[in-house]
Design a protein around this ligand. Structure first.
Ligand code: NAD
Length: 310
């Protein structure tokens, strides 16, 4: 049975653990600095095994030894947004957490595929890449699956269509610099630019970009976790089943789309080895310029990254 470690047993991590277990995808180990938290949540999930009829195990620990030999390590450890905060406000605290987590996780699972989730996502994923020395193929971030799913939701709300018919693309920075591709977003094969007025297209794009902030404003004490948890599980499934599915994933760009040495959401073919390929869609000049502007917003975040304290 495959093994998935989730570092950070908070809202996002535990939700992802629940979905991965419910789908019977892998044994799950949750690790957290909070004593008792991963153990308690894991036991609670094991108590629902007979109800949900899964056979994989879920366990919790404060020690990385329990994570040894994982196939996938998901990092959700860190603080989340509160109302009025941007993802970028989390930079300083979460950079320290990301550095310590990746160092410890890699000791026990040097061959795993790593999925970073902690915000600000693109900067944290690049930091993990630098810190770990992992090949870019085996290290990625989750942001685009969630953003694309929010775009899909906004399209469904507007058109009253079946979510199964929607293929939505949100790429670029996982933050204010996010880019939606309406021309490439389709409902049963038809582009939404042919189904909606330009004003309506702007509305669904705005709904997607502001989706995370909308949830934060309702919750007041933290940020979204059901859709993020499901998005993590989707990526875990694609990797474990070697699905070759093309999803919007925060991947290392090495010249693709004219962007070099940066992590950002782009279409990626996911498989057993992790990022099997960054897929280059044919874009209009305007779409390409938007993506490159988004890359600039990620670079600004990287410039603000505090140096490692020795
Ligand atoms: N990429 C995305 O799409 C996306 C979506 C939602 C949330 N997030 C981010 O995910 C992170 C977690 O969000 P959440 O809502 O689960 O927060 P949360 O506060 O519910 O959980 C975070 C957990 O991390 C743990 N933690 C802190 N430092 C740790 C360390 N050094 N080692 C191990 N565990 C540690 C905490 O004890 C806590 O249980 C935040 O940074 C949030 O912004 C990203």
């Amino acid at each position: 049975m495959a093994k998935v470690t989730i570092v950070g047993a908070g809202n996002v991590g535990a939700t992802a653990a629940h979905i991965i277990a419910s789908k019977n995808l892998a044994d799950v180990v949750m690790v957290d600095v909070a004593e008792g938290l991963p153990q308690g949540k894991a036991l609670d999930m094991m108590h629902m095994r007979s109800v949900e009829k899964f056979t994989v195990s879920v366990s919790g620990s404060n020690d990385y030894e329990a994570t040894a030999g994982s196939d996938i390590v998901v990092i959700t450890a860190g603080i989340a947004r509160k109302p009025g905060m941007t993802r970028e406000d989390l930079l300083g605290v979460n950079a320290g957490i990301m550095r310590s987590v990746i160092d410890q996780a890699i000791k026990y699972s040097p061959e795993a595929v790593y999925i970073c989730v902690t915000n600000p996502l693109d900067v944290m994923t690049y930091l993990a890449y630098q810190e770990s020395g992992l090949p870019a193929k085996r290290l990625m971030g989750m942001g685009g699956v969630l953003d694309s799913s929010r775009l899909s939701f906004a399209v469904c709300e507007k058109l009253g269509c079946d979510p199964a018919d929607v293929r939505a693309w949100a790429v670029g920075a996982h933050g204010e610099g996010m880019v939606c591709w309406p021309r490439l977003t389709t409902v049963a094969g038809q582009s939404i630019v042919d189904l909606l007025s330009p004003e309506e297209v702007d509305e669904v794009v705005a709904r997607c970009v502001k989706g995370g902030a909308e949830v934060v404003a309702h919750l007041k004490t933290g940020s979204a976790y059901y859709a993020p948890g499901a998005s993590i599980a989707k990526m875990v499934e694609a990797i474990l089943t070697d699905s070759d599915e093309i999803l919007s994933v925060c991947a290392h760009l090495d010249g693709q789309y004219g962007i070099d040495d940066l992590y950002m959401n782009v279409p990626v073919r996911l498989g057993k080895g992790g990022v099997e390929e960054v897929v280059e869609f044919e874009l209009t000049d305007e779409e390409l310029a938007d993506l490159q502007r988004s890359a600039d917003s990620v670079r600004k975040g990287l410039d603000a990254l505090p140096a490692k304290s020795e």
